[in-house]
Design a protein around this ligand. Structure first.
Ligand code: FDA
Length: 307
């Protein structure tokens, strides 16, 4: 088992979950990645980022909803986010990222599509963009299909494709063919080798290949990574092809990760969007960030052994 897989397994162990959730010990570490518990707190950070020239994608943390009430609650929150963004000073630089499992995908496809369409209609009225995050591979097919369907009516949306999945080149072809804006990521979930490359080198190579396809498409996409070698590759490609770095695409990075790189890319004239999560359901998001950097887990284990 790789260290990332181990981190995800251990972090789902109830005593570890309880400790990390309750202990003040982790507050600083959590706050490094999460803007706060409330929309008010998140908007303060979003406005600050936007005033410094960054784009922002606001993410209300939470994943699978299992009842219509929960999904409706998530929908109300998404609409509230859109309305609050529209009347804030960061409106022109901010969009939202949402999850189909929060919109009730586990309850049923039709229910989820209806919820999503309500959110997209409100975003349309307000002139805002909605990004649908990509979740674990059991949702990939449905997410791609649903996005293709709603895109016919709502051009203010796009989704995320993960380069660790073998299927992604076909999904890129399909969605770019529709004219959809995509965010390209390596992928953050624990996936079996039947669907995803187990080796980082293959995931990275796929990222390079697909980023070229996106850059060649003439559509404004997001290249989301903190990987300096991939960023250097993209910069080089853009320069060689004479692609306008200030208009044609954006780099995207997570709040709290490689702030130095975020700043330097902005200074060099690239568009940089920061993915800014908030909310009290931060645990799964937080553990995925730990799994990407297992060294952070050292602190958790140390405190467990101290009792
Ligand atoms: P990689 O993991 O190779 O890291 C490259 C370097 O970045 C590391 O060497 C380190 O310096 C730094 N770094 C990366 N992660 C770190 C961490 N947690 N702590 C400290 N340093 C770290 N995934 C998904 O499945 N669905 C989605 O919808 C999204 N959405 C999304 C939006 C945005 C804006 C970003 C940037 C990422 C996502 N992801 C995602 C997560 C993505 O799939 C991936 O897990 C992370 O971006 C880490 O991969 P990198 O490309 O940064 O490379």
């Amino acid at each position: 088992m790789g260290s990332s897989a181990l981190v995800i397994k251990v972090s789902n162990w109830p005593p570890v979950k309880g400790l990390v959730r309750k202990s003040f010990l982790f507050k600083g570490l959590v706050r490094r990645f999460i803007a706060g518990d409330t929309l008010d707190e998140a908007l303060i950070t979003a406005e600050d980022l936007a005033s410094r020239g960054f784009g922002v994608s606001l993410d209300y943390l939470g994943e699978n909803t299992s009842t219509a009430d929960e999904a409706n609650q998530a929908k109300a929150t998404y609409i509230d986010m859109l309305e609050r963004i529209a009347s804030s000073s960061c409106a022109s630089k901010t969009n939202i990222s949402i999850k189909l499992t929060q919109c009730g995908l586990d309850i049923g496809r039709d229910f989820c599509v209806a919820t999503l369409k309500e959110v997209l209609s409100r975003a349309d009225q307000l002139g805002l963009f909605v990004r649908v995050d990509m979740e674990g591979s059991r949702y990939t097919e449905q997410t791609v299909d649903i996005l293709a369907e709603v895109f016919e009516e709502h051009k203010n949306t796009g989704t995320v494709l993960q380069t660790y999945l073998y299927r992604t080149p076909k999904d890129v072809e399909r969605l770019v063919g529709l004219g959809m804006r995509l965010r390209l990521v390596k992928g953050a979930y624990l996936e079996p080798t039947s669907v995803a490359y187990p080796k980082k080198a293959d995931v990275d190579q796929s990222y390079r290949d697909l980023s070229q396809k996106l850059l060649d498409s003439g559509i404004y996409h997001g290249l989301a990574t903190h990987d300096e070698s991939i960023i250097a590759f993209v910069k080089d490609y853009v320069q060689k092809k004479g692609i306008d770095k200030s208009k044609a695409f954006e780099f995207q990075m997570l709040y709290g990760i490689r702030r130095d790189l975020q700043e330097s890319l902005l200074k060099e004239g690239y568009n940089v969007r920061v993915y800014l999560p908030y909310g009290d359901q931060w645990y799964p998001y937080f553990t995925r960030r730990l799994a990407e950097r297992p060294a952070n887990v050292f602190f958790i284990l140390k405190s467990l052994f101290k009792g």
